[in-house]
Design a protein around this ligand. Structure first.
Ligand SMILES: C[S@@+](CC[C@H](N)C(=O)[O-])C[C@H]1O[C@@H](n2cnc3c(N)ncnc32)[C@H](O)[C@@H]1O
Length: 375
């Protein structure tokens, strides 16, 4: 597949790997866009009237809608195929990574030689991942974020970046939908005076957001944290290959160990929907504590929150919890982010919770923005 960012840590794919991946993307696009959009009509025209004739009322909350929909073979087929396509997507990458893993590990070692590296990597095996992150193949990703089979293992990061690209294209996201680029545009527009000296990216995964901040603000000291060691090793080598100076650390976003007021800019991308309530609240508290006077925090995430959604939309949204190993998907959807910020001690006037337009998606990203008043 053509990827937006080329670097020396990408796996080598053969023709047949690429063909298989292109097939999966086409299958996912068909299932998630074309077929999925007919599920509502199936519900309104067939499933709801059938259920009403049996139970005496229309299914009117997400649980009764779910029961009625799963009883229909057309919906069950769609759901099964949708899950299978997700599994196929990860295995189409996992096979390539397994074949190429030794080369990728030595490539990482070359890129991160102490004498040559611009940034750094600090691992700490005492850092605990939240339960639903530690023990789970999240969104069916082979081995999950915590995949770590040897002290040089980078597979978690390769899988996340390459599989993540297929995932995005399969949902119809284009290569111009970089989450960091959207946040950077937002910052330039709303906070043109912000020239951060120190930046933190929380839950950085493969570092695909950390690098754009380091390149946009080359004079800044950029730090990125995650709980997953295999992600961090990969992110470090990838950043070096792209000429970006980023300091990666294995740390918990709810207990970062950085000093008070250390950062002028703190960001996270697509992390909040994958962590428990307690981590999300801890992360907001840490953001407020670590922001310097005049600093800005932007936590960007998926657009869907339950507030304002119909019961059918809530049912549709919950598909990922049930079928795609996303234990915190609905936890996030039900969260009151403004209340969380208040609970973290952040004054109402310093918080904005709302939309951030995307380039090619009809739905905007969602952001929680925190500003620390200037001294
Ligand atoms: C969806 S990924 C984030 C994607 C990434 N920010 C990007 O832009 O590509 C979520 C990441 O959060 C990490 N994570 C989960 N809980 C965490 C915690 N308590 N502290 C730090 N990172 C955490 C996971 O290991 C995973 O790499």
């Amino acid at each position: 597949m053509v990827r937006s960012v080329q670097h020396d840590m990408l796996p080598q794919s053969a023709h047949d790997d690429v063909a298989r991946q292109q097939f999966v993307v086409a299958l996912k696009q068909g299932l998630s866009r074309t077929v999925r959009s007919t599920n509502k009509q199936l519900f309104e025209d067939v499933v709801a009237p059938d259920a009403a004739s049996k139970i005496g009322k229309l299914p009117d909350d997400r649980d009764s809608i779910r029961t009625a929909m799963y009883a229909h073979p057309a919906y069950r087929s769609w759901s099964t195929l949708h899950r299978s396509a997700q599994e196929l997507m990860w295995t189409s990458v996992a096979d390539v990574v397994a074949r190429d893993s030794e080369r990728l590990q030595s490539q990482a070692a070359k890129l991160t030689q102490p004498a040559k590296q611009r940034g750094s990597l600090e691992l700490d095996s005492t850092v605990q991942a939240p339960r639903g992150v530690a023990n789970l193949d999240i969104h069916l990703q082979t081995g999950g974020y915590m995949l770590d089979r040897n002290p040089d293992d980078v597979a978690a990061g390769v899988l996340y970046e390459v599989g993540g690209n297929l995932y995005a294209f399969g949902q119809g996201l284009g290569k111009h939908d970089s989450k960091a680029a959207h946040v950077q545009r937002f910052l330039a527009e709303k906070f043109p005076q912000l020239k951060p000296k120190r930046i933190l990216d929380m839950g950085c995964s493969a570092g695909s957001a950390s690098v754009p901040y380091a390149l946009e603000f080359p004079a800044a000291e950029v730090h990125a944290i995650d709980v997953a060691p295999g992600m961090l090793r990969y992110a470090h080598a990838r950043a070096e290959s792209l000429g970006a100076r980023v300091h990666f650390h294995q740390r918990d976003a709810a207990d970062t160990k950085f000093p008070d007021g250390y950062f002028d800019l703190i960001v996270s991308h697509n992390m909040m929907h994958e962590i428990p309530d307690s981590t999300r609240r801890g992360m907001l508290k840490e953001t407020w504590r670590m922001l310097a006077p005049g600093g800005v925090g932007v936590h960007q995430d998926v657009p869907l929150q339950f507030k304002g959604l119909s019961e059918f939309q809530k049912f549709e949204f919950s598909w990922d919890t049930l079928n795609n190993n996303e234990p915190y998907w609905e936890v996030y959807a039900s969260a009151d982010l403004a209340a969380d910020a208040k609970g973290a001690g952040i004054p109402d006037a310093q918080v904005y919770v709302g939309n951030l337009p995307q380039a090619t998606q009809s739905l905007p990203w969602f952001v929680t923005v925190i500003t620390k008043p200037a001294a």
